[in-house]
Design a protein around this ligand. Structure first.
Ligand code: FPP
Ligand code: MG
Length: 318
């Protein structure tokens, strides 16, 4: 079973809400709208909207409003991916050519900016400021990218640097999505706090898993080249751990933007088959345990669902 089915998530309703938001501007040239639609309806996992809907299960909320908020979280995530793919010079996203490779960087940038603005406008139209801005700071998301750029090919990056960046890059948006749905449903403060800590730890684990998959998964399943993070100079957890390994640390430290592909492939293949992948999995699991601990005292019949999600993420292979 996938996360959407487990959470009884209404994909059609989410898509209706996304369409309504991107269709509301009569002045947006049709070809831009088409580019946006193609990206927004191209097999994304809808993780953030699912968490918004999940949060709403802890109280009583108007489902229409919940899915409107869920759509906004998906749009802001998509905007960040448009920018991220430009920065990473990524040619593939979800197995398909990225927006900037098809329509050029200028058009992709304009569309990414447009989506960010559209989100801000929609948040105020729906009077969602309280559930959106209080727990989600777009600057933190941007700061994660600033940190990532500052630390490119910096092999002195610490575990703490990595976790802070990971929290800002992925966990905050997931936690805010969950909390937003819960707040719309009128959930009490104590429960909100537990859900937030659950979301943060789950989000960190989710990104660590993504960083592991970047090494271990084949290109077809990954929808992008294997080892792309390291090739871009993005030092993720498996690399940070492998930097303690006498057999590979020199090779890793010698890598730079100018290194030949063979040098990258040597390190990528070593890390992929090393104990550092297992160790990264153990750390990822540690965050899942923290998430479980956060909801220990929670008394609600949907708590079982939160635990099932953690079990599912533990077994995640894509
Ligand atoms: C994917 O990381 C990137 C993110 C989750 C966030 C990127 C954030 C920005 C570019 C800041 C600007 C944001 C906005 C909304 C203007 P990844 O490259 O590790 O993952 P990938 O393998 O899916 O590309
Ligand atoms: Mg990327």
């Amino acid at each position: 079973m996938d996360l959407a089915s487990l959470c009884n998530f209404n994909k059609t309703l989410l898509e209706e809400k996304i369409k309504a938001i991107i269709n509301k501007d009569p002045n947006l040239p049709e070809h831009y709208r088409e580019h946006l639609s193609q990206l927004l309806f191209s097999s994304g996992k809808r993780i953030r909207p699912i968490f918004t809907v999940l949060g709403s299960y802890f109280g009583n909320a108007d489902q229409d409003q919940v899915y409107n908020l869920a759509a906004i979280f998906e749009l802001i995530h998509t905007a960040s991916l448009i920018h991220d793919d430009i920065i990473d010079k990524a040619e593939l996203r979800r197995g398909k050519p990225t927006l900037h490779t098809i329509y050029g960087t200028t058009n992709a940038l304009i569309l990414g900016d447009y989506l960010v603005s559209l989100c801000c406008e929609t948040v105020s139209n729906f009077e969602f400021e309280e559930v959106y801005y209080n727990d989600f700071h777009l600057t933190d998301l941007c700061r994660s990218e600033i940190t990532q750029q500052r630390l490119l090919f910096n092999f002195d990056i610490t575990y703490e640097d990595y976790i802070t960046k990971t929290k800002n890059k992925t966990a905050l948006l997931i936690a805010a999505s969950l909390l937003g749905g819960a707040k719309l449903a009128g959930v009490d403060e104590k429960t909100l706090k537990k859900l937030y800590i659950y979301g943060i730890n789950l989000g960190i684990s989710f990104q660590i898993n993504d960083d592991i998959l970047d090494f271990t998964q084949d290109t077809t399943h990954l929808g992008k080249p294997n080892g792309a993070d390291l090739m871009n100079g993005n030092i993720t957890l498996p690399v940070i751990l492998a930097l303690k390994d006498k057999k590979i640390k020199k090779h890793i430290r010698n890598l730079s933007k100018q290194s030949p592909i063979e040098d990258f492939n040597y390190c990528i293949n070593y890390i992929k088959n090393s104990k550092w992948i297992k160790k990264s999995h153990r750390i990822s699991r540690k965050y899942l345990k923290k998430a479980k601990k956060a909801i220990k005292g929670l008394k609600h019949d949907k708590k079982a669902l939160l635990i099932e999600i953690l079990d599912m993420l533990d077994k995640r292979t894509h």
